[in-house]
Ligand binder design. Structure first.
Ligand code: MLT
Ligand code: ZN
Length: 463
């Protein structure tokens, strides 16, 4: 690709900001995986749908691959540009475009930061309920690309549930207005839902209409110390029966040690193998008493050894920090991440198998478990032992991930619950999707993008 091609793009889209500066190529060619060496052709920062369409038309004529890019907080390599692609950054398309009180929707540009969207919803007395620790830097476009989940899926579902409409620019530069914000629309294939979790392989999201909802009643957060991982699901079942849950999360003692080393405050005097963070409606004394009774019951059953209930919002935030701070506390170690899910009913049997597998295969590695156990979603982060070469470490983890993928296939689970397949997990896709499903996915990709120019190599390799 020569400079004259980029000059032609500049001609097609006068005013489009472009950069081939080394620092930009480095920063915008990578995501939080930091495993691949960035090598994009250039970075483009469109400010309008017209400019995105001009980029797509140019790329299609010149056969240049495009990598759509948001906050680059992805954990699967979905936004990596390592092969001369043009990165299309939506950082300058980050505005809230409008609020409709009757529809209760917010229309936003794809680069809008999740936290900005949450705050905009609150200004109108409503909430956008998708939430997770990267809220301050991840973008709505990236959330849509991965069908992001987070900490309140148990009550509100994933990003998919909150997308009323999407404007999508296809590889040829066509603009599709998918679902138009409609509540009811029985007019054939819902292409909006195909674009969600497509990791940018079917088109570039250039606008999204998000559904909002009423704020929840006041809540409390309870942190429970458990004597073993196996106690998690009995506690969850008891909570599900008696409380209105908005979150049921867990982390192990290894995770706690890292978060404490990162500055968090120790919650209990003693150590326990595992902890649950539970958020529940606590609007009145009846609900608060139910939580205390539940705690006593779990204590009596031997499922819990200690516990604390938040006494203020600041206290709740402190308890949440123990769970939400895990990723940041591990970041310097560049952990190898698994993000797997099984049906909630399959969690107990899967946990038993997974514990045995990881103990056997990683006897000398620091293995940190945490995640959204109430959704059947576990994060396993493996830390590289000091002195071990990175390539050797990844090779070992990939061998174990293959075994994990086999176990997931047996338990009917998924190799990616919420982070996406990207580059990291495409080798394991067949454990989660049948050959027939993958063939249809490939066919859909061809229909949207016949030349395979949109985020090539993500989800699956080109045929
Ligand atoms: C989380 O649950 O904290 C996020 O998915 C991030 C991670 O898994 O590292
Ligand atoms: Zn997560």
């Amino acid at each position: 690709m020569s400079d004259s091609h980029l000059a032609e793009l500049a001609q097609h889209a006068p005013g489009l900001r472009l950069s081939t500066e080394a620092g930009d190529l480095e920063a915008f060619g990578r995501d939080w995986t930091r495993r691949w060496t960035p090598a994009p052709l250039a970075i483009a920062w469109p400010t309008s749908i017209d400019e995105v369409q001009a980029i797509a038309r140019w790329a299609s004529a010149q056969a240049v691959a495009l990598v759509p890019s948001g906050g680059r907080t992805g954990l699967s390599g979905g936004a990596v540009a390592a092969h001369g692609e043009l990165v299309v950054s939506f950082a300058r398309m980050n505005r809230i475009l409008g609020f409709d009180p009757l529809d209760r929707t917010l229309t936003v540009q794809p680069g809008a930061i999740l936290q900005t969207v949450q705050e905009a919803a609150r200004e109108h007395g409503l909430i956008y309920p998708v939430d997770f620790a990267a809220r301050g830097s991840c973008s709505i476009g990236g959330n849509i690309a991965t069908n992001a989940g987070g900490i309140r899926v148990i009550r509100y579902g994933n990003t998919r549930e909150w997308i009323a409409g999407i404007k999508l620019v296809t590889a040829s530069g066509e603009l599709l207005d998918l679902n138009r914000g409609l509540v009811k629309n029985s007019s054939g294939y819902d292409l909006r839902h195909l674009a969600i979790a497509a990791e940018g392989t079917l088109g570039m999201v250039v606008e999204a209409t998000l559904r909002l909802t009423d704020p929840p009643p006041p809540s409390q957060v309870m942190l429970l110390a458990l004597p073993a991982l196996d106690a998690l699901m009995p506690v969850f079942a008891a909570c599900r029966r008696t409380l209105n849950l908005s979150a049921f999360e867990f982390f192990t003692d290894r995770a706690l040690q890292h978060v404490l080393a990162h500055g968090a405050r120790r919650p209990f005097d003693g150590d326990s193998p595992c902890y649950a963070v539970i958020e529940f409606d606590a609007a009145d004394a009846t609900q608060q008493d139910a939580a205390l009774a539940l705690f006593e019951h779990c204590l009596g059953e031997g499922w819990v050894v200690d516990g604390v209930i938040s006494q203020s919002q600041a206290h709740a935030a402190e308890l949440w920090r123990l769970r939400e701070g895990v990723t940041e506390s591990l970041a310097a170690h560049k952990p190898y991440k698994n993000d797997v899910s099984v049906r909630i009913a399959a969690v107990p049997a899967f946990l038993v198998e997974m514990q045995a597998l990881l103990a056997r295969e990683y006897p000398h590695f620091d293995v940190v478990w945490f995640g959204h156990i109430g959704d059947g979603n576990l994060h396993v982060n493996v830390l590289r032992p000091a002195g071990m070469d990175e390539a050797e470490f990844i090779a070992q983890c990939e061998r174990v991930t293959r075994l994990l993928a086999d176990a997931l296939a047996r338990h009917g689970g998924s190799i990616s619950a919420e982070h996406g397949i990207g580059l990291v997990k495409k080798a394991y896709l067949q454990g989660t999707r049948s050959a027939a499903e993958i063939a249809i996915m490939r066919g859909l990709r061809r229909a949207f993008d016949p030349q395979g120019l949109l985020n090539p190599g993500k989800l699956f390799d080109p045929e």
